[in-house]
Ligand binder design. Structure first.
Ligand SMILES: *Cc1c(COP(=O)(O)O)cnc(C)c1O
Length: 467
């Protein structure tokens, strides 16, 4: 690649970083998020070349554009084929035509049955390769609202180059989600149940990164959706969906929590994929919807819902979109975020929002509407979806005239991960895939700690030292 993409922080503090550095650092040292300096474009010829490629090859084409010379072409191809080898569907991300212009992009065939595997399986491969070349070790810390944690653990368990520490909010993840994390018997995996919400867990992770001495001592890195490598991996399936639709323009429906998956659709659009609208759906925690419709966000308490992976008050990836909304002005973004932290209110002028709102639409719904819609989808289309997926499809129904354009709705989790809700909503128990059936009887391993930085840091120090 002649023109290497380099990375800068949304808060203006650093620029010119390589993909490799961004991959290992996760969060930028000034507290901002890394973004590429320019969007690499996919030309007509590039897309023509990819039209019969398999998923790992499509993904390799995306990685090549974002990773510069961090990996050789042969390495990229090996990384992507290794990352998606464990997926249970031969297509990796099958696109199912449900009729009425609605297409379901099934992103749940990875080892932990949510779309998080797409990014984390690839990140696990990439981080391990980079670290083993450098002869280094890292402690990877993440907060999870349910699915990131298990996907990170599945990707990193028993890898020599890392310890992985995952914080989850006690009682706020489903039993299946918890067991997927806590039953993994690997010495480098450390689960912590935090007495608090997902936002408390996310705040603790951010605070550990802000604690310079702890960060350096533990060689901290993050695989949360703040890692740009995750966004990159997720761009691949939007490009893939476009190719499977024979390159017709389409709209995307995405259930959103931390705004990572929706932002990846935005990146695909910035790279030249003709996405007409990105419809984002929220549950009762509807910060993203408020931002998109009104440009404002005030911090509110998180309420538990039937779509717990989206029970999030502050969508961390929105900062990346905000960076573009504010004309990529890092100083302005830094002061906006400082103001947000101080006053708990974010207000983006309507004129600045205009460009963005033309691409995005949003809707939110309460639990009763989510379950009602799951039942309706089953009766009308014979399809069983998990509650998160239902939110995206329902939002598309509410905000788009489906006659005009095909909609690719991302199915973010296998329905069996949320079996109770599925059964209540549809009257049918979802089939349990083999990989989920066995974990009910395995012993669990995790620490239970208060949402207190010093306590959590002390625990991580001793847990990572003891093996
Ligand atoms: C993480 C998750 C989401 C939300 O995705 P974001 O990228 O955080 O917006 C939606 N559905 C499921 C099943 C998830 O695990």
């Amino acid at each position: 690649m002649s023109d290497q993409v380099t990375y800068l922080s949304t808060r203006g503090g650093v620029e010119g970083w390589s993909f490799e550095d961004v991959l290992l650092a996760g969060l930028a040292p000034d507290g901002g998020l890394f973004v590429p300096d320019v969007w690499p474009m996919l030309s007509e010829a590039d897309l023509e070349d990819l039209s019969t490629a398999d998923f790992p090859d499509v993904c390799a084409a995306i990685v090549t554009r974002f990773a510069g010379d961090t990996f050789s072409p042969v390495e990229v191809r090996e990384l992507t084929s290794a990352a998606y080898r464990s997926f249970q569907d031969p297509q990796v991300a099958p696109l199912r035509d449900l009729g009425d212009q609605l297409h379901l992009l099934e992103l749940f065939w990875g080892p932990t049955f949510s779309f998080k595997d797409f990014a984390l399986q690839l990140l696990g491969q990439m981080i391990d390769l980079v670290l083993s070349k450098r002869g280094e070790r890292l402690t990877i810390v993440g907060a999870t609202s349910g699915d990131t944690g298990s996907a990170a653990i599945a990707a990193l368990a028993d890898r020599k180059s890392v310890d992985v520490v995952i914080l989850h909010p006690v009682g706020r993840v489903s039993e299946v989600q918890r067991r997927q994390m806590t039953t993994v018997d690997a010495a480098n995996v450390h689960n912590i149940a935090i007495d608090g919400t997902f936002d408390d867990c996310q705040d603790l992770v951010k605070a550990m990164f802000a604690d310079e001495s702890f960060r350096a001592e533990m060689r901290l890195s993050a695989v949360n959706s703040i890692n740009f490598g995750r966004i990159m991996a997720q761009v691949a399936y939007y490009v893939w969906a476009y190719l499977r639709l024979d390159r017709r323009p389409f709209s995307v429906a995405v259930p959103t929590g931390n705004f990572g998956n929706a932002y990846a659709a935005y990146v695909a659009s910035a790279m030249g994929i003709p996405i007409e609208s990105i419809i984002v759906g929220n549950n009762a925690n509807h910060g993203v919807s408020r931002l998109i419709t009104s440009g404002s966000l005030s911090i509110q308490d998180v309420v538990p819902t039937v779509a717990p992976a989206m029970d999030i008050a502050v969508p961390s990836n929105f900062e990346r979109l905000l960076f573009d909304i504010l004309g990529r002005d890092g100083q302005l973004l830094a002061s906006t975020m400082a103001d947000f932290r101080e006053r708990g209110v974010l207000n983006i002028p309507a004129a600045e929002m205009a460009g963005v709102t033309s691409l995005f639409r949003s809707a939110w719904m309460a639990d009763s509407a989510i379950e009602g819609y799951m039942g309706e989808l089953y009766r009308t289309h014979g399809v069983i979806v998990d509650p998160h997926t239902a939110i995206g499809i329902a939002a598309a129904r509410m905000r788009l005239d489906l006659a005009n354009t095909p909609v690719v709705a991302v199915a973010t989790a296998h329905p069996a991960k949320f079996a109770d809700t599925v059964e209540r909503a549809t009257g049918v128990a979802p089939d349990t895939p083999a990989g989920l059936a066995g974990i009910a009887d395995l012993p669990e391993r995790y620490a239970s700690l208060p949402a207190d930085l010093a306590t959590v840091e002390a625990h991580i120090r001793s847990a990572t030292r003891s093996h």
